[in-house]
Design a protein around this ligand. Structure first.
Ligand code: AMP
Length: 223
């Protein structure tokens, strides 16, 4: 669907709720620019900057990056894409970040993926990645053809350092205490839309239908 005016959305949810997958499908279907805080952080880490090393130690312990560092990183990206429609994936994760985002621009809709913690624990600890392509496998429901190897290149798969059971527990705790209040923040602004379920493939059609309706309305208002 072609967009006739700038449209800005946020995807939120616990770690492992399918934010990355849903965000890629949204950006492909609706042509928004995908801005993923996790990907931006991992790019900094791969560049081996001093800040990157500090970030890696936070991430590996399942802690959030400090708000001022995170907001500076993401908001400078957003200012650079001033006139485009975008989808933010993984930011804001605290009320302070949400307020900083509000000071820079307004958000049209917030898509909240509500997936039970038990499902997430199982999902994250069985997730394996091919580092150079970003291809993700799950040993329970999307295994590689040969265990431990990427289907396309045959190269070894790795587990993200922050997907170990202990770190996953810390990440879920950080979500409960720091990110859940962000839901209330957006609910009170009337822009929160929650989608519940245990399978991304069942949640996705609901998100897609919702966005189709929403964008039709946005386009009608402009016409
Ligand atoms: P993700 O790939 O979105 O699960 O992010 C991986 C890790 O990066 C998280 O567990 C946090 O440690 C860190 N991170 C990502 N986004 C943020 C954010 N908005 N604020 C603070 N830390 C973040």
């Amino acid at each position: 669907m072609a967009l006739h005016r700038i449209f800005r959305a946020v995807v939120t949810g616990p770690p492992g709720s399918g934010k990355g997958t849903v965000s890629s499908r949204i950006t492909k279907t609706f042509g928004l620019k995908h801005i993923s805080s996790g990907d931006i952080l991992r790019a900094n880490i791969n560049a081996r900057t001093e800040l990157g090393l500090l970030m890696k130690s936070c991430i590996d312990q399942g802690q959030l990056i400090p708000d001022d560092v995170m907001s500076r990183l993401i908001l400078s990206d957003l200012r650079a894409t001033d006139q485009s429609s975008w989808l933010l994936d993984g930011f804001p994760r605290t009320v302070t970040q949400a307020e900083a985002l509000d000071d820079t621009c307004s958000v049209d809709t917030v898509i909240n993926l509500n997936v039970p913690f038990q499902t997430i624990k199982q999902r994250l600890t069985s997730r394996w990645t091919h580092l150079s392509s970003g291809r993700v496998y799950n040993i329970d429901f999307n295994p590689p053809k040969v265990p431990g190897l990427d289907d396309v290149t045959g190269e070894p798969l790795v587990q993200r350092d922050d997907d170990t059971p202990e770190t996953v527990t810390h990440r879920l705790k950080a979500y409960e205490t720091q990110t859940e209040p962000v839901l209330e923040y957006y609910r009170s602004k009337g822009v929160l839309q929650t989608f519940s379920g245990t399978e991304t493939n069942k949640i996705w059609p609901l998100v897609e239908a919702f966005l189709h309706r929403k964008l039709q309305l946005v386009n009608q208002k402009v016409a």
